[in-house]
Write a protein that binds this ligand. Structure first.
Ligand code: AKG
Ligand code: MN
Length: 231
């Protein structure tokens, strides 16, 4: 992997059955492999972000700890505890500001949003999720942000996962989308409040020609960057 160069992205996303036309705002857009050439730099930046605010398993209002470990960067960070979900300017663990949004993060998010038909997306929050085999994220809506007119941009790195793409209601049918290292998904517009989640990460992940359950770039983890305009 090489570092990020603005001109090193694929000129257009690989074809995908879920890719929709630029500007239509009714469904998820899968930009397969869009982040692949930037992955090494993104992973280095994740280390820096986690050096400021370490990964932790947050507690949901119901009282249980999430199986996904999280941290944040950007002006605002998403947190949950017994009192609820919210965005904060400071890490509640340390009282310090979250790490600044790395330039490579912001550039990728803006570019991905534009590819999906959402111009001028300028995220002020990036939630960094870390999954181990067995970790999952239940069906939910992203609705703690101030402006639902702004899309969500979500980047997958490392071990593969199955993204669950539901409907406007929790009980609506769910589509299962395989996401691999370097894939980016974007949803906004009429799809902005669709339910979504991540199936339990496989314990017998593909070997990639190496150690079972290990990815050459991330070891035994999947990382996800979720960009939002929160404030
Ligand atoms: O890990 C993913 O792909 C999705 C994460 C997500 O939906 C969230 O953090 O709100
Ligand atoms: Mn979400």
């Amino acid at each position: 992997m090489t570092g990020l160069r603005a001109d090193s992205y694929p000129p257009s996303p690989r074809p995908s059955p879920t890719k929709r036309g630029r500007g239509s705002k009714d469904d998820i857009v899968v930009l397969s492999g869009l982040a692949e050439s930037a992955a090494a730099e993104l992973l280095r930046e994740i280390e820096r972000v986690a050096a400021v605010a370490p990964f932790r398993n947050m507690v949901v209002p119901g009282g249980h700890s999430m199986s996904v470990a999280m941290t944040n960067c950007g002006r605002l960070g998403w947190v949950t505890d017994r009192s609820g979900y919210r965005y904060t300017e400071r890490d509640p663990l340390s009282g310090r500001a979250w790490a600044a949004m790395p330039r490579a993060f912001g550039e990728l998010a803006t570019r991905a949003a534009a590819e999906a038909g959402f111009g001028e997306f300028a995220p002020d929050a990036c939630l960094v999720n870390r999954y181990e085999p067995g970790a999952r994220m239940g069906l939910h809506q992203d609705r703690n942000e101030a402006d639902f007119g702004q899309p969500i941009v979500s980047v997958s790195l490392g071990l593969p996962a199955t993204f669950l793409w539901g409907g406007a209601k929790r009980r609506d049918p769910v589509r299962r989308l395989p996401l691999r290292h370097g894939d980016v998904v974007v949803w906004g517009g009429a799809a902005r409040l669709r339910f979504h989640g991540v199936a339990p990460l496989g314990r017998q992940a593909p070997t990639f020609g190496g150690t079972p359950g290990m990815h050459p770039a991330t070891g035994g983890f999947r990382f996800n960057l979720t960009f939002r305009r929160a404030g």
